[in-house]
Design a protein around this ligand. Structure first.
Ligand code: UDP
Length: 309
């Protein structure tokens, strides 16, 4: 297939490009480097089935030739990034999504979009199942991301219903691995960076809020399976192994062996208290579940961050 990927220079986007090329597809990659990183695509330079086009997908653009698939992954994704770029985040989720959907419609291509567990907000149903409608503060600081992605999902369903576009929606839960930005503020790179530099780990709040962490290769496998499915409604993809942030800090301390101390800092506004995917739908529909254990995934991520120093 010839597949257009937006957000290709991002963390998950760049792994997706690797995977698609590895599976024998051709990739037309789009990114405007707002939060993506040119270096994530360096090794693909000269690859004949790979073409990069620097584009802001909120502005008009066209892609020449046949297109079989559209994978729309462009968006700031870490709280630090979307709080810094709230308007760009809303623009890419609305106008950017519209343009990617139009591309899929015009080319009669299948379409996959990466949505988010943030659609559930600070959830009152636990673990989160796809049929739960969420508890989002529509005017809070995180709303630029949450509502952008909820709009993305609504627009995607509208294109499917109105124009018959073969759409898929993945709700991605916390994902980690090589090519995350060390300074993107998310808890995995933050703790690893602090531990590697022998600095205290900054736990926000009392650390009782929960998350679960999915290694990037597992995530990409789930996305590829979803892209080939007929399911039009959202599907959760994430690791259901839930832990508190304090427990996660303890694991990092044990793993890195340097036993950094833990310091507590204020909890950001609207930080979800608990989050864990119900992946029953992905299991039965796609035969998918995460395989990489946390220790192994963290080891590979540390190796990558060490290589950057
Ligand atoms: N967090 C933390 N210390 C940090 C960064 C994040 O305790 O240095 C917490 C954050 O408050 C949240 C969790 O870790 O409860 C996950 O945060 P992240 O930014 O990775 O993503 P989120 O799941 O909030 O989108």
């Amino acid at each position: 297939m010839r597949i257009v990927v937006s957000g290709a220079a991002g963390f998950i986007g760049s792994h997706m490009c690797d995977r698609l090329l590895g599976d024998g597809h051709s990739v037309v990659a789009l990114d405007n480097f707002l939060t993506g990183n040119r270096r994530n695509l360096d090794r693909l330079e000269g690859e004949p089935r790979f073409r990069f086009i620097e584009r802001d997908i909120t502005q008009p653009f066209s892609v020449e030739g046949l297109v079989d698939g559209v994978v729309h992954m462009a968006s700031p994704a870490s709280p630090k990034d979307y709080l810094e770029h709230p308007i760009e985040t809303l623009d890419v989720g609305s106008m950017g999504t519209r343009r990617m959907l139009e591309l899929a419609r015009e080319k009669r291509a299948r379409y996959l979009v990466t949505s988010t567990s943030e659609c559930y907000g600070d959830p009152l149903v636990h673990p989160q199942v796809e049929t739960y409608w969420g508890n989002v503060n529509p005017v809070g600081p995180r709303s630029c991301y949450d509502e952008s992605k909820r709009f993305t999902e609504a627009l995607t369903m509208a294109y499917h219903r109105k124009h018959g576009v073969r759409t898929n929606i993945a709700r991605i839960f916390n994902t980690y691995g090589p090519r995350m930005k060390l300074d993107d503020g998310r808890v995995v790179p933050a703790f690893l960076d602090q531990a590697l530099r022998g600095q205290p780990l900054t736990v926000f709040g009392d650390g009782s809020q929960t998350r679960s962490f999915c290694y990037v290769s597992d995530m990409v496998e789930g996305l590829c399976r979803l892209m080939l499915s007929q399911e039009r409604y959202p599907v959760n993809l994430g690791n259901p192994s839930e832990m508190t942030i304090l427990e996660f800090a303890e694991r990092i301390r044990r793993m890195t062996g340097c036993q950094p101390e833990i310091v507590f800092q204020p909890l950001p506004e609207d930080d979800p208290k608990q989050r864990c995917p119900d992946i029953g739908k992905a299991r039965s529909l796609l035969g998918w579940e995460p395989r990489v254990p946390l220790e192994e995934g963290l080891r590979l991520t540390v190796e990558y961050f060490r290589g950057l120093q």
